[in-house]
Design a binder for this molecule. Structure first.
Ligand code: HXC
Length: 257
């Protein structure tokens, strides 16, 4: 595939997307967004891929949307081009995606990390929504996803002051799943993704959809969606295999992985 702002690799059943614009601390240009979306969609469509990792460098996951690209845009240009909508498309990709975050995850970088299904943070990770210092507000979902992740008090403080949160606080606040040493971040994220990729892919997709329903619906409606999901699992060979393997005291050999 043709891309210049990212690198992709396949590690067994795990697809790896590496942001590769070091001279701009991985600032997320529109073109980069489209490259990330295309790569994620290709992995999503590949039955040989069961999970993805998205990562940056040890210095920066991404230091935000590309400020230089946006600076002179008019409101109408942003509106007409549906600027940032590429990130809504990324959030609709169904294969589980882990964000492996080291260094700066600011503005759009923090928002991209939150679009992933969960975040594994290096001990040097720094999360923030400093848009207000630029005279704007988050535009890739940050005001919504950060608030849902860490609650109103901390989200409001971060969005209104631009304060940056370190990895330990981010873990305590529920923004990240785990904190690991920066040197083992990628290895840890790939190993975690490999665990997911060892499961049945359709079942993992159904599981992701069920958890995401918690952010979109009432409790009763969310439980209904979960129930539809588990009934659908019983239509897969992998449910039969998983439960048979348990009974027979052996490892499951899922067909759809
Ligand atoms: C474009 C960026 C950039 C960005 C860094 N760079 N962040 N370019 N957009 N978001 C560029 C710098 O201009 C510089 O290029 C190079 O990357 C290295 O950055 P430095 O600032 O020299 O590095 P350092 O001193 O280590 O500081 C790191 C930093 C700082 C603290 C992360 O770069 C920073 O504050 N960046 C902006 C963070 C931010 O405000 N993000 C939110 C963006 S708005 P040159 O060519 O000068 O060497 C957003 C949402 C938009 O994401 C939604 C509303 C429209």
């Amino acid at each position: 595939t043709q891309h210049s702002l990212i690198l992709t690799e396949q590690h067994g059943r795990v697809g790896l997307i590496m942001l590769n614009r070091p001279e701009a601390l991985n600032a997320l240009s529109d073109a980069m967004g489209h490259e990330i979306l295309a790569a994620a969609r290709a992995f999503d469509a590949d039955p040989g891929i069961g999970a993805m990792v998205i990562t940056g460098s040890s210095r920066a996951f991404a230091a935000g949307a590309d400020i230089k690209e946006m600076a002179e845009k008019s409101s109408v240009e942003m509106y007409q081009s549906n600027w940032f909508s590429v990130w809504d498309e990324l959030a609709r990709v169904r294969t589980p995606m882990i964000a492996a975050v080291a260094g700066h995850a600011l503005g759009g970088g923090c928002e991209l990390a939150m679009i992933a299904d969960f975040i594994i943070a290096a001990d040097n990770a720094k999360f923030g929504q400093p848009e207000i210092k630029l005279g704007v507000i988050p535009g890739m979902g940050g005001s919504q996803r950060l608030t849902r992740a860490i609650g109103k008090a901390k989200a409001m403080e971060m969005v209104l002051t631009g304060r940056v949160m370190g990895a330990v606080e981010a873990e305590q606040a529920g923004l990240v799943a785990r904190v690991v040493p920066v040197d083992s971040l990628l290895e840890d994220a790939l190993a975690t993704a490999a665990v997911i990729a060892g499961m049945s892919k359709p079942v993992a997709m159904i599981a992701k959809e069920a958890v995401n329903a918690a952010f979109e619906t009432t409790l009763a409606e969310g439980v209904v969606r979960e129930r539809r999901g588990i009934y659908a699992c019983f239509a897969t060979e992998d449910q039969k295999e998983g439960m048979a393997a348990f009974t027979e005291k052996r490892a499951a050999e899922f067909k759809h992985r």
